[in-house]
Design a protein around this ligand. Sequence first.
Ligand SMILES: Nc1ccn([C@@H]2O[C@H](COP(=O)(O)OP(=O)(O)OP(=O)(O)O)[C@@H](O)[C@H]2O)c(=O)n1
Ligand SMILES: C/C(=C\CO)CCC[C@H](C)CCC[C@H](C)CCCC(C)C
Length: 322
Amino acid sequence: MQACATMSRVLPTVAAVAPVTHHPHSVLPRHLRLSNLPPSLTATTHTRTFCGRFFSPFNFRPVSGPEKATAGLGGFDVIGDGGSMLQDAGATALVIAGAYTLVSTFNFLSERKLIEQNLSRKLVHILSGLLFMASWPIFSTSGWARYFASVVPLTNCLRLVIHGLSFATDEGLIKSVTREGRPEELLRGPLYYVLVLILSAVLFWRESPVGVISVAIMCGGDGIADIVGRRFGSTKIPYNKQKSWAGSLSMFVLGSLVSIGMLYYFSALGYFHLDWVSTVEKVALVSLVATMVESLPITGMVDDNISVPLASMIVASLAFGY
Ligand SMILES: Nc1ccn([C@@H]2O[C@H](COP(=O)(O)OP(=O)(O)OP(=O)(O)O)[C@@H](O)[C@H]2O)c(=O)n1
Ligand SMILES: C/C(=C\CO)CCC[C@H](C)CCC[C@H](C)CCCC(C)C
């Protein structure tokens, strides 16, 4: 307790900002449930502790003492489970509304020729996943929060399937997210995209840099490659004349920068603390491999929205020890 007292006295904010979510069916003894993260992510000795006063960036009240830290479903005591369920339900509804608003906004802009249709689609590609990830901190620290959050891409998955199979028609959606305006296009790139978001939220959530990096590279990296490549990609890649050095270079750079930016965002909110020198090196490696995979002439067999995040998840899992 002395260490905890010291920690909370010296670093009351830092000592309290590391929200954890232990898995509801954890078989670990109680005292080990306070952290889901491997030591490599808590390398710096004075940044993480699970004692002293606990706060979550968006929870309603602090709790104190390690005995409280595993109360409820999450790593923190919330105002009863009803409080976190209400918070998560509200957050889910808000983000679903945000998704609908984003797609409708870009449809409005492209319909009025205020923005070129393909650029509109790419901006939806870039912004949807990044804004979805950015919304994760408004969900509670309950063990169910990740599943509530995954309802957002799941809702859009159903929307894409319904309109992709032409059970209903949503011209705005089709124009906003398809290349040629055909409903069946919704069942490929866009559908794989939202499935990746579901996987990242459920498998990795706010606890691991792997999901954050994979979504950041799929959205920021792959998205910018198209925008830059179409405009400046005169020098084509020798083994794939459909892709260019400019597109691939922009994917590597922006994929790395957006990943680091999103990791900083979650670190600043206390979700994990990273050794930044090694993290930048690992992110660059992940982005390089993802860029190389994206440049391969395999789009006809495997969509970029599958190959890029899958390659990122594999390399990031190996690099970060997950
Ligand atoms: N490394 C890259 C990636 C893309 N592009 C340019 O962007 C266009 C579209 O890229 P592509 O990866 O095929 O688009 P998708 O990711 O498949 O997206 P969508 O199918 O939604 O267009 C390519 O034809 C090319 O002009 C490029 O020059 N270099
Ligand atoms: C054009 C796209 C992929 C093809 O490469 C992106 C499709 C986007 C989906 C139609 C909508 C996805 C919405 C997100 C799951 C949630 C975004 C929430 C945020 C607050 C805007």
